[in-house]
Design a protein around this ligand. Structure first.
Ligand code: ADP
Ligand code: MG
Length: 244
């Protein structure tokens, strides 16, 4: 098995008295593609947001290459640069054109020279088929195009892991395919990915491992074949019946 990038141990997150994550244990190995499925409200987004510390966990540990990122004095801004995030709602900077959207974090956070950042931006825009849109503003793009730009932006930071939170859920149906195709390419390139999705066929095709979350716990996990074809848990079966 490849090396572990992240080890999530007994992770907990509460909002007030609402315990949203209850003892989550999960390892993420280099090169792995993990899909997370589950009903709305089961804690999928909170899990992703806790992994990159957009939410601070209320318990447990997150080890990054063996080091607990929640320990006092750990360099969180640096840690976050190793994790890319792609959101359902794109989160592009509306006041910047496509090229600048890809450059700004490279020059400010990674301190890359402008010319290098531009070169990397163009390479990644080419990968997602958006190189001819460098001057466009986000509002001039379709949802599918915006999400492809958001993926190129995440790739431009050379993250070790990219977290995708329902990247196609806000898209018109005819645009879902173009984004899934790009994600498939990214997966084939060997990047480590964690994908929250309701696209079951895609999850089955692209994932090494599928995690089913229910009410703040990992109710079941396994290979796509095992989980989709032969789920062990009744609640997994019930969930899948609503989607397959
Ligand atoms: P999912 O992504 O699986 O739909 P979420 O992680 O978004 O689930 O939400 C799980 C639960 O946590 C929900 O009950 C939601 O209301 C609650 N929750 C999520 N974020 C917050 C927050 N910032 N403040 C309070 N409650 C939250
Ligand atoms: Mg969510």
């Amino acid at each position: 098995m490849a090396e572990k990038i992240l080890e999530i141990k007994h992770l907990k997150k509460s909002f007030g008295s609402n315990e949203v994550l209850k003892d989550i244990n999960m390892d993420i190995h280099k090169g792995e593609v993990i899909s997370i499925i589950g009903s709305s409200g089961s804690g999928k987004s909170t899990l992703l947001r806790s992994i990159n510390l957009l939410e601070i966990p209320t318990g447990g540990e997150i080890l990054y290459h063996g080091e607990n990122v929640l320990q006092k004095g750990y360099d969180l801004p640096k840690y976050r640069t190793h994790l890319g995030m792609v959101f359902q709602s794109f989160n592009l900077f509306e006041n910047l054109n496509v090229l600048e959207n890809l450059i700004v974090a490279q020059t400010t956070v990674l301190k890359r020279e402008r010319a290098e950042a531009e070169k990397i931006a163009l390479e990644n825009l080419t990968k997602v088929g958006m190189a001819s849109f460098v001057q466009a503003r986000p509002r001039q793009l379709s949802g599918g195009q915006k999400q492809r730009v958001a993926i190129a932006r995440a790739l431009s930071m050379n993250p070790e892991v990219i977290l995708f939170d329902e990247p196609t859920s806000a898209l018109d149906p005819e645009m879902v395919g173009e984004v899934l195709n790009i994600m498939n390419e990214v997966a084939k390139s060997g990047l480590t990915m964690v994908i929250v999705t309701h696209e079951m066929e895609f999850a089955r095709e692209v994932s090494d491992r599928v995690i089913f979350m229910d009410k703040g716990v990992i109710a079941e996990e396994g290979s796509p074949e095992q989980l989709f074809v032969n789920p062990k848990e009744e609640r997994t079966r019930e969930f899948l019946q609503r989607y397959l």
